[in-house]
Design a protein around this ligand. Structure first.
Ligand code: NAG
Ligand code: NAG
Ligand code: NAG
Ligand code: NAG
Ligand code: NAG
Ligand code: NAG
Ligand code: NAG
Ligand code: NAG
Ligand code: NAG
Ligand code: NAG
Ligand code: NAG
Length: 539
């Protein structure tokens, strides 16, 4: 058994003994200002029952003076026990208990209290604990505890525990546990509180057992470096005090002047082992430093351990990730902007795109539906001076553009209907043979004459869904309340506004929108036509 282990066991024993309530030691230290007692240890035998017990104290002249309850307000006598509430400096000296012709003597030494600390250094119990070994500190004083005292445990005069039971610490010791632990029993007596302090001086020492030294970190570390730059390799090891850490590598042509091994730094761990780290500094890295092993080894009685480092050239693309990231962000942003632009363009130029697409694909919706006309043109047929332009538009401009330039086939009543047949039947069958119904709207449109065309067309459009209606607002109409309710069910973009000054060119929005609403048809527009229509007289 080690010497220290022995002393530990001894201390445990003393701990147990501190709970004893009688005073067996003859030389006793007490701290000024604290309650104190002397108690005779032998239990009274039957023959002692009758004997009177007397307490004496020797004065300066070494004469015995009997103590009685009136001697001092701080002293209480109770058969086998002499109590001080509290003990003071001038209480030092010899005390005697006399029982028949038997006498017991105690020598009392009073220690001046340290007024600047919660405990008095001269009155501490020192213990040495090996790190990682069990540490137990328990506050116990059965004599004063029976007096309803409250107990606090202080570490370096900072309260860490408080309870009416026995505050205790039970743990494996670490270095941070070192310090002074004071158990303070706060004892009530005659309406006053008195402190009884017991302080342990705990010292934590490193263990004796050796560990197997290890180099911390992975066995092989690839370190990315740039040529011409410096690098520091950090080797850390967990080791015993006398173990060594060193760097080793093949020195091809003597020592490499660019490689510097730096001093070892060492620190205790809280478990009493050493951490050591040793740096290897490689300056102005050249090709020679690459792709070979720099070994860091720790060696001692417990064994050896080696970790290796290898320098690899940072790939040119290796630092790209940042760039890749920004590049990716830029690309994503560009794509986003492009998509937004496309959507915006698509919304604004939907008509142009559709027309372009039709042209590109050569789509033709007119081949298979068995209809004769692309559109039936409905207009006010009275040629009066106030609607003369409308008439010209319907009968001359529409056919010129749609038929001659864009290759559609229109049905214009005045031109295409043989006279003589029943007008109503004829109109109905013509509308049935048409793919669109173009209505040239004006204020006076809703005359009886055209009413039937409109109603027939609406029936086809809304009920039979065989024809689509295109409204051309030739002169500003304002409100459409004069039209049948069912017309309002048509989509608003099917209403085209004719603007005499802007709608003249074939490329104008008006004609494009009209073409968009007309069925897709393949036709090569006549190049001979002038791009500009004959100007209508402006209103
Ligand atoms: C103590 O006193 C008793 C009588 O009171 C006597 O018998 C005895 O011998 C004495 N003992 C000593 C050690 O003097
Ligand atoms: C505490 O214990 C340590 C180790 O035994 C000792 O060196 C130190 O002097 C002690 N301190 C006091 C105040 O007793
Ligand atoms: C301790 O306190 C309890 C109540 O809290 C009381 O009954 C008892 O008498 C007290 N004992 C002493 C010794 O003061
Ligand atoms: C307590 O005091 C001792 C001695 O002064 C010291 O070694 C220890 O580190 C201190 N502990 C704390 C937690 O302050
Ligand atoms: C007892 O100890 C406490 C805490 O350290 C302190 O506040 C109090 O003043 C002390 N009482 C006496 C009588 O010393
Ligand atoms: C080396 O590593 C150890 C443990 O990881 C660390 O404590 C130390 O500060 C490091 N040294 C340097 C110079 O980075
Ligand atoms: C470095 O360590 C590796 C693996 O432990 C070993 O193979 C190699 O010989 C060592 N090199 C030097 C120069 O010590
Ligand atoms: C020094 O190293 C180079 C290659 O690194 C080798 O060719 C040359 O022989 C070495 N010189 C000596 C003196 O070893
Ligand atoms: C290493 O320690 C020695 C003395 O032990 C000292 O002269 C030298 O300057 C130290 N080197 C570094 C890099 O700290
Ligand atoms: C060792 O501990 C000291 C302070 O206790 C600290 O300054 C130093 O950085 C530590 N060294 C290592 C290698 O951990
Ligand atoms: C680094 O090394 C290269 C050759 O390996 C040498 O030409 C250059 O001068 C060195 N630079 C420094 C700062 O030492």
């Amino acid at each position: 058994m080690h010497h220290e282990q022995l002393s530990l066991a001894l201390w445990a024993l003393i701990f147990i003994r501190t709970s004893e309530t009688c005073t067996s030691r003859t030389h006793i230290n007490a701290v000024e200002g604290e309650p104190f007692y002397l108690k005779y240890c032998s239990s009274p035998g039957p023959e002692d029952e009758a004997t009177t017990i007397r307490w004496y104290r020797s004065n300066r002249a070494h004469e015995r003076v009997e103590l009685n309850p009136g001697s001092s307000p701080r002293i209480t006598l109770e058969d086998y026990v002499l109590e001080f509430w509290p003990v003071e400096l001038d209480d030092g000296g010899s005390y005697f208990l006399q029982m028949g012709n038997y006498t017991q003597e105690w020598k009392l030494n009073i220690i001046r209290r340290n007024k600047h600390s919660c405990f008095t250094e001269k009155q501490v119990t020192s213990r040495i604990v090996e790190v990682n070994k069990f540490l137990e500190i328990t506050c116990e004083n059965s004599y004063y505890q029976r007096l309803n005292s409250s107990i606090s445990l202080y570490k370096n005069c900072t309260k860490i525990l408080e309870s009416n039971e026995n505050p205790s610490i039970k743990k494996n010791a670490v270095f941070e546990d070192q310090g002074f632990y004071s158990c303070v029993f706060s004892v009530p007596h005659n309406g006053k509180l008195f402190n009884v302090t017991k302080t342990f001086n705990i010292t934590v020492v490193k263990g004796h057992s050796n560990i197997v030294p290890v180099v911390l970190g992975p066995k092989l570390t690839h370190v990315e470096v740039e040529l011409g730059k410096d690098v520091q390799l950090n080797c850390s090891a967990l080791l015993n005090k006398n173990d060594v850490v060193y760097w080793s590598f093949e020195k091809e042509n003597g020592s490499d002047p660019n490689v510097h091994e730096q001093n070892k730094t060492r620190n205790w761990t809280s478990e009493g082992k050493f951490y050591a780290s040793k740096l290897l500094r490689i300056e102005n890295i050249s090709e020679d430093n690459l792709n070979f092993l720099y070994n860091c080894t720790v060696a001692g009685n417990g064994g050896t351990d080696t970790n290796s480092f290898i320098l690899v050239k940072k790939a040119d693309m290796a630092d790209i990730p940042g760039h890749v990231f920004t590049r990716g962000m830029i690309i994503a942003a560009v794509i986003l902007v492009a998509v937004v632009c496309l959507v915006v363009v698509g919304v604004f130029y939907r008509v142009d795109l559709v027309l372009f697409y039709r042209h590109l694909m050569g789509r033709d919706e007119t081949l298979t539906d068995g209809k004769t006309y692309d559109a039936f043109v409905s207009y006010l047929k009275d040629c009066r001076p106030e609607n003369g332009e409308e008439y010209t538009f319907a009968v001359e401009i529409l056919p010129r553009v749609l038929e001659k330039h864009f290759g559609y086939k229109l049905c214009i009543f005045e031109r295409d209907v043989m006279p003589g047949r029943a007008v109503v039947d004829e109109i109905h069958s013509l509308i049935e043979k048409s793919r669109r119904l173009i209505i040239v709207l004006s204020k006076s449109y809703m005359s009886n004459e055209v009413r039937y065309e409109l109603e027939s067309g609406l029936h086809e459009a809304l009920v039979e869904r065989k024809i689509k209606i295109i409204l051309i607002e030739f002169t500003p109409v304002g409100d459409f309340t004069f039209l049948p309710q069912s017309l309002t069910l048509l989509k608003s973009h099917r209403v085209l506004k004719w603007k005499a000054d802007k709608s003249l060119s074939y490329n104008s929005r008006f004609w494009k929108n009209l073409l968009y609403l007309m069925p897709a048809k393949t036709f090569n527009p006549g190049r001979d036509e002038s791009e500009i229509l004959p100007v209508l007289s402006k209103p």
